[in-house]
Design a binder for this molecule. Structure first.
Ligand SMILES: Nc1ncnc2c1ncn2[C@@H]1O[C@H](COP(=O)(O)OP(=O)(O)O)[C@@H](O)[C@H]1O
Ligand SMILES: [Mg+2]
Length: 500
């Protein structure tokens, strides 16, 4: 692969006439295609002298410092195009299929291809400008690449986790310091989680998606007496129902043919001496709930296809974004299992209940993003920060991270400002209004509450909207006004005289 043999030239004599003319046509079509679709083409001869440029290429001449075509064509390419690599292609006979070329005319994505005669000798080279302004033209590609890179990072981390799990020395990746937040709600949740770490009873983490339940589970494990044991997690929602039992309890040798012939340890077994994190427990099928309950009660598991009971010693932390009490009431979650898991319940607050943590989170998430992708940490301008602070954040911190990532990738500079953010929020379909501006849950559900004079209700709503905007922006009136879509004068007026 390092040193490919030169492609044998198409030998005209060796081909039947038909094939020969088709090949010639193909070569011509390719050439025309590149000539038309690219930003410019340039041809050099064996001596690296420019012998031809096309109309598109001619546009660059002034920027390269040439008024007349004669001053460019006919001259050595290295004398007229700074930083050119065309001579390399001539020397090595190898194409440079894609490269970035920067010179006084700008930065270009270029391709350089050697040209050979019928005997295979290099007789010149073709330079193609694929794009100019790669920052703009390649943005979608770069954005896609960053996303792919992120997925790859995640997959690698997961893989490393699994390897460590099987090696039995799995370390937890988060501690309580990873849980960013100094708001009263964040401090309280950390206090409860720290207390849970001191005990060995089951913990139940309840909260919307993206609030940090998994992070807390790791942190609890890491500061518990079992921190030297494994932290094993199962995302119940992600495993097909039919595979869950084997995933949990393992498979005895010989139970199946094929890949499972040798048997396999279940997660309970792997978590022996450590912590077993059961994520999305609300999604567990009823049949398996009974088996899980039995395992928890007896402290023993029965691998599939065996009739032996194996004792296990794992601390269970369960989490769900679903309303478990409602599931119990509807008969979709076993009440006895609920009580067994609900020994130390911790409610993890949604982001909108701790908006004052948003600036710190933006900082930490930005830092982390920059660290992982190698880009500079984006600077979030005050107005944009205010806008972020006012969102509803249904997807909580995970969603905040996604929005920041997209904004960082979409911008032309490292700055994230209000127009850019508004565009991202619109594109990602998030609401732009603070919850206080939308009818609140209480106002829409409490029927009698709505049967009061409209003016009073409007005034109330307005007051709470202003309050929310002021607290979201840390008292910055200009930012609050912008968030509310009113002028600063109007905001001042309302603040001074709330009843008008
Ligand atoms: N308090 C926090 N500080 C910093 N990052 C957080 C915090 N809470 C959550 N995150 C990050 O947000 C993302 C979602 O968190 P996760 O624990 O997976 O949420 P959940 O399990 O509740 O869906 C993760 O990338 C996590 O690292
Ligand atoms: Mg989760």
């Amino acid at each position: 692969m390092d040193d490919p043999a030169p492609v044998p030239p198409v030998s005209a004599q060796a081909l039947p006439r038909d094939a020969q003319s088709i090949l010639e046509l193909a070569a011509r079509s390719m050439f025309d295609l590149f000539a038309n679709a690219s930003e410019g083409m340039l041809l050099v001869d064996r001596e690296a002298r420019v012998v031809w440029i096309n109309d598109q290429y001619r546009r660059y001449l002034p920027a390269l410092g040439f008024e007349r075509e004669e001053d460019f064509v006919g001259h050595p390419v290295s004398a007229v195009v700074q930083n050119t690599q065309m001579h390399k292609v001539l020397e090595t006979g190898k194409p440079i299929l894609i490269d970035l070329l920067t010179n006084r005319a700008g930065t270009f994505v270029v391709s350089r291809i050697p040209l050979r005669d019928a005997s295979g000798a290099v007789i010149g080279a073709l330079g193609i400008v694929l794009f100019d302004q790669p920052e703009t033209n390649l943005q979608p590609l770069i954005a896609k690449f960053s996303l792919a890179q992120r997925d790859l990072d995640e997959a690698r981390r997961e893989l490393a986790t699994q390897r460590l799990q099987h090696g039995g020395k799995r370390q937890s990746k988060y501690t309580f310091t990873s849980f960013v937040g100094t708001s009263p709600a964040a401090v309280e949740v950390k206090r409860q989680a720290r207390r849970a770490a001191q005990s060995s009873s089951p913990v139940l983490l309840l909260g919307e998606t993206g609030t940090g339940k998994e992070l807390l589970a790791h942190a609890i494990h890491a500061s518990s007496a079992r921190s030297r044991g494994a932290f094993i997690s199962v995302n119940i929602a992600a495993v097909p129902d039919t595979l869950l039992e084997a995933e949990f309890f393992g498979v005895a040798p010989g139970a199946y043919t094929g890949a499972e012939r040798k048997g396999r340890d279940g997660k309970f077994r792997l978590a022996d001496g450590g912590t077993l994190f059961l994520d999305e427990i609300g999604d567990m099928p009823l049949v398996l709930q009974s088996k899980l309950l039995r395992a928890l009660q007896e402290g023993e598991i029965e691998p599939l296809g065996s009739n032996q009971l194996i004792p296990f010693d794992a601390r269970v932390i369960a989490a769900t974004s679903r309303d478990l009490v409602k599931l119990v009431r509807e008969g979709n979650f076993r009440e006895d299992l609920y009580y067994r898991l609900n020994v130390l319940p911790i409610r993890v607050p949604p982001l909108r209940e701790r908006r004052s943590d948003i600036p710190a989170l933006v900082e930490v998430l930005g830092e982390d993003m920059a660290h992982r992708s190698g880009i500079a940490q984006p600077e979030v301008l005050p107005g944009a920060l205010a806008l972020l602070s006012g969102q509803r954040w249904r997807g909580n911190i995970r969603e905040l991270r996604n929005v920041l990532e997209q904004a960082a990738m979409a911008g032309d500079s490292q700055r994230i400002d209000v127009p850019l953010l508004e565009r991202i929020l619109r594109d990602t379909g998030l609401e732009q209004i603070a919850p206080a501006l939308a009818p609140s849950a209480e106002a829409t559900t409490g029927g009698s509450d709505l049967l009061r004079p409209l003016a009073v209700q409007v005034a109330e709503l307005e007051r709470s909207a202003i309050q929310a905007a002021m607290s979201a922006t840390g008292g910055n009136k200009l930012a609050a006004a912008r968030l509310l879509g009113i002028s600063r004068a109007t905001l001042y007026g309302r603040l001074e005289n709330p009843d008008q």
